[in-house]
Ligand binder design. Sequence first.
Ligand code: UDP
Ligand code: GLC
Length: 427
Amino acid sequence: MKSTAPANAPVIASQATPLYAPSYPADVSRVVSILFVDQSGQLGGAEFSLLPLAVTWAARREVLLLSDGPFRTRLESLGVPVRVACDTRVSGIRKRAVHVNWLMALPGIVRQIRTIARHAESFDVLFLNTQKALVLGALGKPLHRKRIIWHLHDIMSGDHFGPLQRLIVRWLTRYAVDHVVANSHASAASLVALTGCAPEAVPVVHNGVDLNEFSHVDDADTGALRRRLGLPEDVYLAGLFGRLAPWKGQHIALAALARLPDLHLVLVGSALFGEQAYVASLREQAARLGVEDRLIFAGFRDDMPAWMKAVDVILHTSTEPEPFGRVIIEGMAAGRPVIAASAGGVTEIVRHRKNGWLVPPGNVEALADAIETLHAAPELAQRLADQALIDVSRQFSVEAYLEQMKRTIALATGVAAITNAASPASA
Ligand code: UDP
Ligand code: GLC
């Protein structure tokens, strides 16, 4: 990567030569073969972001997963070839890992580095979609010698990652990663701060949503969903969507629920990465606050558009800066007003009182006030939701996302320069 580091520091990206030199405009997804690597078998935001890219990549591509799970079945059902290479000694290491038994983990790490390198051999590019994929894929660079693109989905701050992971990322970014694409300016800035690389070396592509998935849900579906939940259709219902994890701040929403006796709340999502103790603490909190009869734990759901359209207001309550927040653009696509925690990538999506409502992260009082305000002013809530729908279709559509990702990959592989020179219209 290009770096602001001393002039003698290796600058890998600038040494990269074009992979292909077609004499005609080329769609990068037709000419460059890619091995995508993701550590998770679960369906999280990074995986939902990879999904349309892997599905629409026309040249040879494969997804290598370092854990098995519903992400594999989802990819396969959409015709994407998948391979699973799981090693429990590695999948057990968590992102804030401090006390890792390296002696136990090391053989697994070496094995996975070699597995990724072996699979990468027959592809042009190695696309690393998660932190562990980055570490294992980049450490194997001397074996596979493939061009590495890292899709950064995280804010690389001490809030989210331990010192060791940050050190490893700094080192790998400088010496092994050829190109990075970040999911938000907040994520990009955190990498620039961590590594000292040049800001222009970290292009940003925001996530996108498929608006068709949302327009196909009608009011009859959402009414039926409310009845299935045992809720009267006229009850004021807030929804919080996403995995149950302490930094996603479901406890903040429960505390706000306790302050608003007319409110009902549905939590859609489950603990994807073993946060069972947090789920238990949420249930205890609900009992302690006496809000159990106004709270629904819906678990993980596959039909997010229907769930989002069934609520009156959508909450986002992350207590740490959210790298991007797909659930926010999905809420906007559902045509519902969104109240979001103002930090990280969220401020690149939500404009306060214009297309949503921002509150300070972790502030129960501000969240409760915002819910009350929108409940009391349905025209204001509708105006925000209408603007949100316009903004999401202009800036956060899956089409725009794919177009920008492909353009970024094209630039990274040298295809775009040739394409654009041949066809100025495609620039
Ligand atoms: N999601 C889902 N079902 C659920 C809960 C969440 O399909 O029950 C999806 C949600 O629609 C979103 C993703 O999981 O696309 C979560 O992504 P986000 O970027 O909001 O957060 P992350 O968990 O990746 O930090
Ligand atoms: C990560 C982030 C989330 C982001 C998603 C997709 O999972 O936590 O904020 O929306 O990646 O980029």
